[in-house]
Design a protein around this ligand. Structure first.
Ligand code: FES
Length: 216
């Protein structure tokens, strides 16, 4: 991801895409993370590297309120400290064994990770509801060109056939963008389908621009 101003919030996933008891990979300002939700519903983000031998924790599994590594089963609490080493069941792991954690907020249907310390909560998304996410193989500039509009505060408004979409953008490196599609919270199923199609059309247009094609 590009450098984000300290204190800003990055929309790394939709809440609905991370059910209780699951883990998924995501990109944060500090690098790859294992984004996981405990059985009780709390979302957490760990650096995606097990402190034991470096296995990706996003390949692990959730057990109650802990995330366990798939390799040797070390289990980590939401605060990042190791709670359990299966090969040494009588051992209380020293507090020095811990995985780096990041600040996560789960609000308005979006999971946010902050870039460094932050004093303010994530932005509110009043009047809209998340519909779906998609990875666009193009940067924000190409999406803006395809939409004929400029993003402001990470939000790009796009009108298509009388339908207005709000697109929440999270750059992923120099050439990709994670795009969350938001629709009016009272949108009916037909409007939701139309919004999803419009977002797909915009994605394809941005990817054509990125590969040297023209806007159509
Ligand atoms: S690499 Fe994770 S427990 Fe061994």
């Amino acid at each position: 991801m590009p450098p984000y101003p300290t204190g800003s919030w990055i929309p790394v996933a939709l809440s609905a895409d991370l059910p209780a008891g699951t883990v998924m990979p995501a990109q944060s300002p500090a690098g790859p993370v294992a984004l996981w939700r405990s059985r009780s519903g709390r979302a957490s983000a760990f650096a995606d590297r097990c402190p034991h031998r470096g296995m990706r924790l996003s390949h692990g599994f959730v057990r109650g309120e802990t995330l366990s590594c798939i390799y040797h089963g070390w289990g980590y609490a939401q605060e990042g400290n190791c709670l359990r080493i299966p090969a040494h069941p009588a051992l209380t792991p020293p507090d020095t064994i811990r995985v780096a954690t990041q600040h996560v907020e789960d609000g308005d249907g979006v999971i946010w990770i902050s870039a460094g310390e932050t004093a303010a909560p994530p932005p509110r998304l009043d009047g809209v509801a998340p519909l779906r996410s998609m990875m666009v193989e193009a940067n924000v500039a190409a999406l803006e060109a395809a939409a004929g509009a400029k993003a402001a505060g990470g939000l790009l408004d796009h009108s298509n056939d009388g339908l207005t979409l709000r697109l929440l953008l999270a750059p992923d490196g120099e050439a990709r963008t994670l795009m969350h599609v938001l629709v009016g919270e009272d949108a009916n199923p037909t409007e939701r389908i139309a919004a999803s199609r419009a977002a797909e059309t915009l994605r394809r247009a941005a990817e054509r621009i990125r590969s040297g094609g023209a806007v159509q």
